[in-house]
Design a protein around this ligand. Structure first.
Ligand code: HSE
Length: 407
């Protein structure tokens, strides 16, 4: 028997207990051992819930119990999760976590401690919810020089953008529904400002590079400035607007960013809608590969956590190597990153004069029209580097929105 303890009985924690109970026979068979939930840790009480009997409020009870082999950390946040997880690993207990903040900030250190102690620190659920992406990067895509990893990595924002695109819904109303469905973070700012996606692309890029990519180094924009009008133009272009986390290798460096991007009908991520996430990877010998599934939600996320529990149970006292050293990776300078830009601005009715200003700023551009939108000019630039764009856009007045374009 393998005893596990679940830290945190929120959406994901209760999902983990549910998955283990629902699929008990299958999970035990795949682990080759019986998985027993010995403890659940939470500050709250849950009267009437079956976990009441195994609920503890004191972490010491769990971490000092020599019969506990695996700790599932699904509390979220860095404090106290980091202290709890580090202590567990130092006590020789494997840890499985869905906590992207923790993994993005301390992943390299915790992996190293697990390796020293011949146990495991696993985090499949930290990126892409139920989608297997960490294990494939670790064990399946090891023959390739990976030159791009681009994903829709946040279910909440993808749900919001999809509803805005399809139903013309208001941003705030859709956010509320996403929160009710358990997709959103406790603080939705992390979703809508792109911080959650930023941590996830930092984790994926760290695994690809094999070094620590600091999420603070990644240029990050959220979706709060995207409007109904932007979607009207996207529709006219048979395109859509998605919050992408991307890392592209140019020369010997990765250039990373999180930002809303207008993608065209041939983009591999165009049909990733609702709470679904999609992750596109390009390898120099494999070519393109896509991962797709539910990126958030109780049971999909719990499924990924329990898959880690099975792996940890199969590899008790046997470290599964993860290449992610504590050495800091140097990312390419974002100012040099090249993109096309979609720009919407006030139509001042000056025709040739205004078009001359635009030509002086950006050279030849592609003008775009959208039905029902009046008194505006919109255009798409040629590829231009970020710093140059930032300078030239200052020469134009009354700009309503700027969105990067990938088609
Ligand atoms: N808030 C996150 C999302 C949860 O919406 O994707 C899964 O990490």
């Amino acid at each position: 028997m393998v005893n596990i303890a679940v830290l945190g009985y929120g959406t994901v924690g209760s999902g983990v207990v549910e998955v283990i109970n629902t699929n008990q026979a299958i999970v035990n068979k795949r682990a080759g051992k019986e998985i027993n939930v010995k403890y659940v840790l939470d500050l709250r009480d849950f009267p009437g819930d079956p976990v009441e009997k195994i609920l503890v409020h004191d972490y010491d009870v769990i971490v000092t119990d020599p019969t506990v082999d695996i700790i599932v950390e699904v509390m979220g946040g860095v404090d106290p999760a980091y202290k709890f997880v580090k202590r567990a690993l130092l006590m020789g207990k494997s840890v499985c976590t869905s906590n992207k903040e923790l993994v993005a900030k301390h992943g390299a250190e915790l992996i190293a401690i697990a390796e020293e102690n011949n146990i495991n620190f696993l985090f499949e659920a930290a990126v892409g919810g139920g989608i297997p992406i960490i294990r494939p990067l670790n064990t399946s895509l090891t023959a390739d020089d990976i030159t791009e990893i681009t994903g829709i990595l946040n279910g909440t924002t993808n749900y919001i953008l999809t509803e805005m695109a399809e139903k013309g819904s208001a941003f705030e109303d859709v956010l509320k529904v996403a929160q009710e469905k358990g997709y959103a973070e406790r603080n939705p700012e992390a979703d809508i400002e792109g911080y959650d996606a930023c941590r996830k692309i930092a984790i994926l890029t760290s695994l690809v590079v094999g070094e620590q990519v600091n999420y603070e180094d990644i240029h990050t924009e959220g979706i709060t400035k995207i409007t109904k009008e932007d979607f009207k133009y996207a529709k006219a272009l048979k395109a859509s607007i998605k919050l992408l986390g991307t890392s592209k290798k140019i020369g010997d460096k990765f250039y990373s960013m999180v930002a809303p991007v207008m993608i065209g009908k041939n983009h591999p991520l165009i049909n990733v809608n609702g709470v679904f996430n999609g992750i596109f990877v390009h390898g120099n010998v494999l070519d393109d590969v896509m991962f797709y599934g539910r990126g958030a939600g109780k049971l999909p996320t719990a499924s990924a956590v329990v898959s880690d529990v099975v792996d940890a149970a199969k590899h008790l006292k046997d470290n599964i190597m993860t290449i992610w050293s504590e050495e800091e990776a140097t990312l390419g300078d974002f100012a040099e990153f090249k993109n096309k830009f979609f720009v919407r601005m006030k139509d001042k009715g000056l025709d040739d004069d205004q078009m001359m200003d635009i030509k002086n700023a950006f050279g030849n551009v592609l003008y775009v029209k959208a039905p029902d939108v009046k008194d505006e000019l919109a255009f798409i630039t040629e590829p231009i580097c970020e710093s140059e764009f930032a300078e030239r856009i200052k020469t134009l007045e009354d700009v309503y929105s700027v969105i990067r374009v990938d088609f």
